[in-house]
Ligand binder design. Sequence first.
Ligand SMILES: Nc1ncnc2c1ncn2[C@@H]1O[C@H](COP(=O)(O)OP(=O)(O)OP(=O)(O)O)[C@@H](O)[C@H]1O
Ligand SMILES: [Mg+2]
Length: 304
Amino acid sequence: MARIISIINYKGGVGKTTITLQLAVGLATLMKQRVLMVDLDPQCSLSLSTVDEHYWADWLERRGSINNLVQSFFETEQPQLDRSWIIENALDRAWDSMPGNTPGLDLLPSHLDLPEYEMRLVSRKPRHIASMEEFYFKRTTILKEALAPIRRHYDYILFDCPPNIYLISGNAIVASDYYLVPTIPDFISCYGIPFILQHIGNMQKDTKERGLRSTASFLGIVRNRVRQAGGHLVREHEEQSHKLKLNYENLLFETMIFDRIGVAELLGTRHNIYNSREERLAETRKEFTALTREMVRRIEEPRA
Ligand SMILES: Nc1ncnc2c1ncn2[C@@H]1O[C@H](COP(=O)(O)OP(=O)(O)OP(=O)(O)O)[C@@H](O)[C@H]1O
Ligand SMILES: [Mg+2]
């Protein structure tokens, strides 16, 4: 039965998509796990970093995307996630008969029009839902309900969340068992962390009051784009790391992902770094391997 994990932070550009992708590829490649990545961001960076752009655009036309799931909320009492919307073995897919270079790694793609669908969730009560009270509740459980029947087909389901905490992110949290918060260890990026954690806590309290268990636990904070000079972290990153350690103790991941040109290129190149022998990716490969293993360890050996 899949463990469901949200990669979430309402700060933009901190590495949510990069980390989602590399964790997913790491789980599939290093541990032979069956992984579903769900792209919940209308920027579609995860989709476009996984499959070929033309293949993705064509897939949305021919098959479906996360939009279809939101649409089904307006059409039926039981929102359905049709498995035919999921691109199997998605990494590096450029056409249907091309196998994709990472077996077991699937993708439910996003769509540029997702904000329009999310707006409908704000204001438009479907006819089949009787009261506004029920509408407010059910619009946050779409993803949870829809994933229930397909959960058993995967070991992990990872959500790449958008840089906001509106209804799609709310759906992700309600559907998750865990959430992980990437940040850059600088003042601006760390400033919002207490607020996102508080917001998630409030959301969980709210769903609980409405009779639903939303128990996603906090897996921790991952530092990304860490910079070093002369063998040490640069001063600001060192200071913020120290603060994070004081405030979050062992909820701060030990593994850090350093700022490297090779990582910046990863979102565009669509290849599997764990299978690559490229020397310039060696450090990045090591860091993401350590991150994948640390995440699994934190799930399997939670603190008492
Ligand atoms: N460790 C790193 N080293 C160098 N560049 C990085 C690193 N991590 C991420 N980047 C680059 O930073 C940019 C933002 O990363 P990414 O898209 O993963 O962040 P995000 O949090 O998902 O952003 P958004 O909030 O827009 O969804 C991308 O161009 C990515 O290639
Ligand atoms: Mg992103």
